[in-house]
Design a protein around this ligand. Sequence first.
Ligand code: AGP
Length: 605
Amino acid sequence: MCGIIGYTGSDAAVPVLLDGLKHLEYRGYDSAGIAIQTDAGLTMIKTSGKVDNLAAKAAVTEGLEGVCGIGHTRWATHGTPNDINAHPHMSADGRFAIVHNGIIENYLELKKDLEKKGIVFASETDTEVIVQLLAYYYDGDVRRSLMRTIRRLEGSYAIAVLCAEDPGTVYAARMSSPLIVGLGSGENFFASDITALIQHTKDVIDLEDGETAEIRVSGVRIFDRYGAETKREPRHILWDIAAAEKGGYPHFMLKEIMEQPQALQATLEPRIKNGRIHLDEVELDMAKFNRILITACGSAYHAGCVGRLVIESLCRIPVEVEVASEFRYRNAVIDEKTLVIVISQSGETADTIAALKEGKEKGASTLAICNVVGSSIAKLADQVIYTWAGPEIAVATTKGYVTQLIVLDLFAVWAAEKLGRLDEKTYGKLVKEIRALPSKAQRALDLSSGVGRLAKSYHEKSSLFFIGRNLDYAVAMEGSLKLKEISYLHSEAYAAGELKHGTIALIEPGRLVVALCCCERLYEKTASNIEQVKARGADVLAVAPESNRKIYGEADHVLQVPDTADLFEPVIEIIPLQLLAYYVALENGCDIDKPKNLAKSVTVE
Ligand code: AGP
């Protein structure tokens, strides 16, 4: 939800922090701030708006010289995103400054206690109670006081703390919010995410829940929840700074759309050997399960909707799919014969984490499909299949989503074979189809060169419908979400056959209907739904396989995609819809990588 960074070294801290915050901005961007240890004590600047506003303010602020500091970019949860509520927050005595990602659930109770003791609060945030409590408990030993403080906190936090009396040290603590330590040479870091540090170091340690840590130029110390020092081997990051930069594209989203063939290939390659699928990371006795429950949020949920149809069709096991925010409170009937699959790009989505815990508590086996190594979800699940999409920066997921789809496809074929549901010939054919997906994704990108022109005629539409059947409907949901979240146009995804049961009343002359027609076996059915909306004056934009010539007699415009086996077509079909959303948002002058009100990683309920 927010991005935090801490630095200690010999370079000027301000540029290091600002640069790190720019890379973390995808996590939240309504206000930002930094605090620096200077000769005059702790100096802080903060401002509403994006990190560029903060950089402009830093450029004209004197007295920010220092080599140790903390920074924050915020997605507001408590209090409006103004200068006062922006982080860092300082204790009333000016001794401590803190940045925080997470939510302190018992902050009102703690705040009341502290106010009774005469402490005056400056902001409306939950975060300020942490720093005021820390100052209250301070006994000359920062770490001991910090441990005492966090024992009183309920909720989630990744925090970094500066103390005016402890130059060159940044303290941190973590509970249910991501925080890594970056190990540099003569400098060390904390950050929410490696993208903030990759240009300084590729060696990181993931802090665990309940741990506290200290970084100094001389080294890093990590302590467990009881205060005992622990030693941990760093992990080495394999990708480099180029993966976290725009690489010549105007937006991360466009770059990530274009990277999809490579992301699919990277996810696939280690898992297909000699024509067979190897999920070496998975130890599951598929015969043990009598049902599968897939749960996730947003686009990851849409990937789950595709997964349900593919797994059910190949494995013949009942599969349910549900948004994690509903599943977590449903008291679902699941047991040790249920396999719960959670899907998450970030691995930090609060509702998905809660759903995963719920599944585990009820005795189900759990499998995560996740893009971030060492994330909370990856750590919690019994088994993990990683999507090797690389860092995804744009808030709207693209390569994250398609790599989730290809993992679900691999899993479905792998599981069906384990269950003895596939003969050799069909198995070989399916593997061949999956292997062709990266190059078909490239072809889909090549065929989509006209999408920008179409966006020019569609960007002023006020309300759109995405329709499709079966897998096309699952893709329609994702296409509709992409458009909504980055272009702010209202759109709805509808099962094509369901329109006539009410919603068709909204079809009127000029209404744009995007009809997904890649499910070959259902094409004639969708075609008749197209006729129904055309008869009421709708403009129809169809997405259809190259071989489908009939569609030109039905739709006003056609976006072609390469022919693909029905089961795997979602991987390809979504590509022109991602580009449509992108170009419509571009026409409308929207902030594509950082859409309003959103954040990349939703770590609150
Ligand atoms: C998609 O474009 C969204 N930004 C959002 O729906 C996202 O997929 C959802 O918040 C889940 O995130 P996760 O995959 O990181 O768990």
